[in-house]
Ligand binder design. Structure first.
Ligand code: CTP
Ligand code: ZN
Length: 158
């Protein structure tokens, strides 16, 4: 029997969002993407490096009384491609979706190349082609710069 079927690490929530199957070590990055630092008043539970059913490690974030915006879900997909978003209503999982990185990423992150046309102050929306999701590798449509997870994380903390 797996660890998680014997006991819960953090108790079930009544209403809100559970982001589950986050790549181990990225729970705090997910909170950063959501703009949650604890001062907004939401009840938030975080579990890090817990054993999943598949005996691999994962992180979990539970945010009470808060649902996610589509742009937030896309950002989570960049750093946690296996994450699931569970909408909880009255203690039940009302919706479960696995995050999905589109083949082309538009607008949510900037190119790391300062000379790229998308950074030139022109009305050019950043655009990347996803070449690999895990580990992340994407290519700028304009300058061919390769961006990886660390480049993306840097922007979330900038
Ligand atoms: N959860 C919660 N509060 C609830 C219901 C569920 O915190 N009221 C959490 C569970 O602890 C789990 C996630 O939401 O982390 C998804 O719940 P569920 O679908 O019941 O679990 P699994 O079947 O194990 O999900 P999966 O197949 O996606 O691993
Ligand atoms: Zn570029």
């Amino acid at each position: 029997m797996s660890r998680s079927s014997k006991e819960l690490y953090v108790k079930k929530i009544k209403n809100g969002t559970v982001i589950d199957h986050i790549s181990a070590g990225h729970a705090l990055d997910v909170l950063k993407i959501l703009g949650i630092d604890g001062r907004e008043g939401h009840t938030v539970s975080v579990a890090m490096n817990v054993l999943s059913e598949k005996q691999s490690k994962k992180d979990i974030v539970k945010v009470e009384s808060r649902e996610l915006a589509p742009g937030e879900v896309d950002k989570i997909a960049l750093i946690a491609p296996g994450a699931t978003i569970n909408i909880i209503r009255d203690y039940e999982v009302a919706e479960k979706t696995r995050v999905k990185l589109p083949d082309v990423i538009k607008g949510i992150i900037r190119c790391a190349n300062p000379s790229c046309v998308s950074n030139a102050g022109e009305p050019v929306e950043p655009r990347f082609t996803v070449e690999r999701t895990d580990p992340l590798k994407m290519r700028c449509y304009y300058c061919a710069r390769i961006m990886e997870k660390q480049d993306v994380l840097k922007q979330f903390y900038a």
